[in-house]
Ligand binder design. Structure first.
Ligand code: MTE
Ligand code: MO
Length: 383
């Protein structure tokens, strides 16, 4: 995606030439809302859906320019307090059903072989509300293999579950009992031993900021955000499934499935990502229009775009197309006619899973707001 700089409407007028011709396309009230333009390209604002400056700290899709989300722009989700940790007082404990329980200092973690991954991390609640559509970021994470640390500890035969505890904590009422508990998430031992999971101390080449889990967080590429536990303090191997709040109460998807004329209701803990995409912005150089977007949540193989009720047209995949865990940028040139239009995108992953339409049972029979990966339609006015 080309670099687009921030200029005012006046700069645009002064530049003249193609830019002035481009400006003639917009009614003056819309021209005042042009977000970021260069002499080549102007963003035409959506006329529905969340507008920039809406919900603080989520991604402004119309302003999307950078494939790697700058660290200061990463959205944040924290359910309890934000712990300020002094790395000299911090350690990571590996315990439970392991033969060699131990603790690591940050220095000891950093001394282990380093790996990096580009990963589009999306909150499981993203797109669950009309104003919450930018809870996704694409960053480069650096750390060391979880699998190596667990293997060195020696998992005992009864171990089936690995629980990740954060340092943040809150009071929960559980069937009449008030208890203070840490944020915690778990996964099966098999999932936890996946070599792509990293214990990360860096994002975009810098130490983790406090908000994003300093000094150490789990990065689970291919999983929804909630699995990526920040401010890690303990990793525990257990012989029972773990049913904490963020596994079994919140981040639970209630969905109906039609089976032989009967609706069967299922509840699952939000875990692996789901194929997703969005049209981020439409740009124009004064004569041609281009629809730009992103796709993520799975290894993306194809993105198609539909304008109004037209046929699905294949978009061109750009940056990230060969990367299994990052988002993939895409674009489609559009021969736009004046008037109001709707634009919808749908992504397909390498296994052939297609992003569902809102009317598909997967979305239509979903009752809780998590895992909202249905196709997203936005409206635009072409003058
Ligand atoms: N310890 C801890 N880890 C956590 C959370 C939390 O509240 N506490 N929130 C989770 C959720 S729901 C999301 S979406 C991601 C957000 O990561 P970010 O704040 O770095 O963007 O962190 C996850 N890890
Ligand atoms: Mo989340």
């Amino acid at each position: 995606m080309p670099e687009i700089s921030n200029v005012t409407r006046r700069d645009l007028l002064i530049r003249g030439g193609t830019a002035a011709a481009g400006l003639a396309l917009f009614p003056s009230d819309i021209a005042d809302r042009i977000l970021r333009v260069s002499s080549q390209e102007a963003v035409i604002p959506w006329i529905d859906g969340p507008q920039p400056g809406g919900r603080a700290n989520t991604l402004d899709w119309q302003g999307l320019t950078s494939w790697v989300t700058p660290t200061e722009d990463l959205f944040r989700v924290s359910h309890y307090n934000i712990p300020e940790i002094d790395e000299n007082d911090w350690s990571l404990e590996i315990g439970g059903l392991v033969n060699r329980p131990r603790t690591f200092s940050l220095e000891q973690i950093k001394a282990l072989p380093k790996e990096e991954v580009a990963f589009a991390l999306e909150c499981g609640g993203n797109r669950g509300f009309p104003t919450f559509v930018g809870a996704v970021h694409n960053a480069r994470w650096g750390g060391t293999s979880l699998r190596r640390v667990l293997s060195q500890a020696g998992i005992q035969d009864e171990g089936i579950e690995v629980v990740f505890f954060g340092t943040d904590e809150g009071v929960e009422e559980i069937r009449g009992n008030e208890v203070t508990q840490s944020f915690a998430r778990s996964m099966s031992l098999e999932d936890a031993m996946d070599p792509k999971l990293l214990l990360c101390y860096e994002v975009n080449g810098e130490p983790l900021p406090t908000d994003h889990g300093f000094p150490l967080r789990l990065v689970a590429p291919g999983w929804y955000g909630v699995a990526n536990v920040k401010w890690l303090k303990r990793i525990e191997v257990r012989n029972t499934r773990f049913m904490g709040r963020f596994m079994a109460q919140d981040y639970v998807t209630l969905r109906g499935e039609e089976k032989g004329g009967e609706t069967v209701w299922t509840q699952n803990s939000v875990s692996h990502g789901r194929v997703n995409s969005i049209a981020a912005k439409v740009t124009s150089d004064g004569s041609r229009y281009r629809i730009h977007g992103a796709a993520w949540g799975a290894d993306i193989n194809r993105v198609e775009v539909r304008v109004d009720d037209g046929s699905w047209q294949p978009a061109t995949l750009g940056e990230g197309r060969d990367d299994p865990y990052s988002w993939t940028f895409w674009h489609l040139d559009w021969d736009a006619e004046s008037g109001e239009h709707t634009i919808t995108s749908r992504a397909t992953d390498r296994e052939g899973t297609v992003q569902p339409a809102p009317a598909d049972p997967e979305i239509a029979l979903k009752r809780t707001y998590w895992e909202s990966n249905g196709q997203f339609t936005r409206s635009i006015l072409i003058d």
